[in-house]
Design a binder for this molecule. Structure first.
Ligand code: ADP
Length: 462
């Protein structure tokens, strides 16, 4: 039986080897999830709510242990791992409450002899595929609304970081959520993806990951007309206007750019700064970036952990080399620590100036701690630069002029907008992208909708 080696990206040490499941085992899990649907969906919503809240409390009880495991396999600083556990339980608690608010409605009929009633029902068995950058949060924001709605759930975590996600689900079992109502399976992404989309028992696919894989899953899901929710890539612009509070913009840009070593789909990828404040912003930003400490996320005071793997590292290095060859000036960073043998890769936080739109970094998601800065003159120009991407996930802008803010909000084609806010993600708000960044929303009242079917009843002869 083939095994996955889960290693610490900061040291290369082996943490654990876990077995991949065979196709037959994965199919059996799907069958079990399908069978469990009848029972789980018929549990009353208040009981499902109580169980999901209990799961959240159990995760919180074990927060330190889970956070350490997450840092070990993912590399993110321990404080960020703790933050991710809180963010994950926020989803559990939010959807435990939403379970009780799955409302239907009545519609006035066009004759007194009829009544029209609309009810909402859970969609069925849901299959999820999750990424390595937020090993528990991306699971929580799918599993919580699915279970709350009455769906059963099966997830394939990323091979790089399966352990914290598996442990997260084990806590659900400890509080009494049935084993077949929520399950994890381990296997190659492509193989499991195809098993999921080929299955007539799975009614919905929910995925967070790259746009390329998302497109494949959407195409394959047509075979069985499965519902899909897709959280895909991003290329977030961050605009700083001439009237912005520069201190605030600098502080928030550091947060929006360097969280998880820049390895998030909502990380600011392009800093678009008004020419009149370009020097002041750039200088202050670079001096803050210089203070960021790089190293093993388990150690005190570390801000930037390792890059997840060699593929991710090579992509970042290539984008930097391309930018520098094209004339970008390095203000901070452009330093690396790579140990191929151990599989450890660090990129020091980097600020690039004199960036042009021809450079790859202005077109492709970097997924690393590199901040390219470009200037603009008019707001129209800033919007055009920001929107000139196939992605439409997150955008940020900094302004204290409400007319400018309103204009930018109106014109930016992105699903999530932070106005003077570098960290807009929250369990109670709808997260998701436009264009090639995805389909559907997770979080907020919107986040439970994709797990519900609408059933319309027309009663006649009254
Ligand atoms: P990344 O390059 O950031 O790892 P991916 O989209 O490749 O992003 O991975 C996100 C998740 O999708 C992981 O769980 C991975 O195993 C899974 N995956 C990778 N390739 C496929 C595929 N062809 N079909 C379904 N899932 C896949």
């Amino acid at each position: 039986m083939s095994k996955i080696k889960v290693t610490n990206p900061a040291t290369g040490e082996l943490i654990e080897e876990i077995s991949m499941q065979t196709n037959a085992e994965i199919e059996a899990a799907i069958e079990n999830g399908h069978k469990a649907f009848h029972k789980w969906s018929k549990l009353d919503a208040h009981e499902r709510s109580r169980l999901i809240h209990a799961w959240s409390a159990k995760v919180q009880e074990n927060k330190e242990e889970l956070a350490k495991l997450m840092t070990l396999e993912n590399g993110k600083p321990l404080n960020e791992a703790r933050g991710e556990i809180d963010y994950s339980t926020d989803y559990l608690d939010w959807y435990a409450e939403e379970a009780k608010r799955v409302y239907g409605r009545t519609i006035p009929a066009n004759t007194n002899s009829k009544r029209i009633i609309v009810t909402r029902e859970p969609i069925g068995l849901v299959a999820a595929i999750t990424p390595w950058n937020f090993p528990t949060a991306m699971m929580a924001r799918k599993a919580a609304p699915a279970l709350a709605a009455g769906c059963t759930f099966i997830v394939k975590p990323a091979q790089e970081t399966p352990l914290s996600g598996m442990k997260f689900i084990d806590y659900a079992y400890e509080v009494g959520i049935p084993k077949d109502a929520i399950q994890y399976v381990m296997g190659e992404g492509k193989v499991v993806g195809e098993i999921f989309t080929n299955s007539k028992l799975i009614r919905k696919i929910t995925f967070t990951g790259s746009t390329g894989v998302g497109k494949q899953l959407i195409a394959n899901s047509s075979e069985n007309i499965q519902h899909v929710t897709m959280e895909l890539g991003g290329h977030a612009p961050l605009i700083v206007t001439e009237d912005a509070d520069i201190e605030m913009a600098v502080h928030q840009t550091v947060a929006a750019k360097f969280r998880n070593a820049g390895q998030t789909c909502v990380c600011a990828n392009r800093m678009i700064v008004h020419e009149s404040i370009l020097d002041e912003f750039t200088e202050k930003f670079a001096s803050e970036v210089k203070k960021l400490e790089v190293g093993n996320g388990l150690e005190e005071g570390i801000d930037i952990g390792p890059i997840i793997n060699e593929k991710g590292y090579n992509k970042i290095v290539e984008q930097m080399e391309d930018a520098i060859a094209g004339g970008a000036e390095v203000l901070v960073g452009n330093q690396f620590q790579a140990n191929q043998e151990k599989g450890c890769f660090f990129v020091y936080p980097t600020v690039l100036k004199n960036v042009t739109t021809e450079m790859t970094i202005m077109h492709e998601e970097t997924f690393g701690p590199v901040a390219p800065i470009i200037s603009f003159r008019t707001l129209e120009e800033a919007v055009e630069l920001a929107n000139s991407t196939p992605y439409g996930l997150a955008a940020y802008f900094f302004t204290n002029d409400y007319r400018v803010g309103h204009y930018l909000h109106d014109h930016l084609q992105f699903g999530i907008i932070g106005w003077n806010d570098g960290g807009p993600s929250a369990a109670h708000a709808p997260f998701g992208g436009m264009k090639e960044s995805g389909l559907g929303r997770e979080g907020g009242i919107e986040g439970i909708e994709p797990y519900l079917e609408t059933k319309y009843l027309s009663i006649g002869g009254l």
